[in-house]
Design a binder for this molecule. Structure first.
Ligand SMILES: [Zn+2]
Length: 66
């Protein structure tokens, strides 16, 4: 169920609204919370903004373990 997020560069190219640099899709993972979110990271200034509305659990199993 791993989607090739990094294959999306060419079709999903956007520019930073701050410096007009190139935004790259990046997956940010919070291991403590067990959440992952896809963000746009600017190669030029390092600015990041979420590409998704909210973080998603890494696995469905993570929710079952208490
Ligand atoms: Zn930028």
């Amino acid at each position: 169920m791993v989607r090739p997020i990094y294959a999306c560069y060419s079709v999903n190219m956007k520019s930073c609204d701050k410096c007009k640099g190139t935004l790259m899709l990046e997956r940010a993972v919070d291991l403590d919370a067990g959440l992952a979110i896809t963000v746009y990271a600017c190669l030029n200034c390092g600015r990041r903004k979420p590409a998704e509305a909210e973080p998603r659990p890494l696995t469905a199993r993570a929710l079952a373990i208490r």
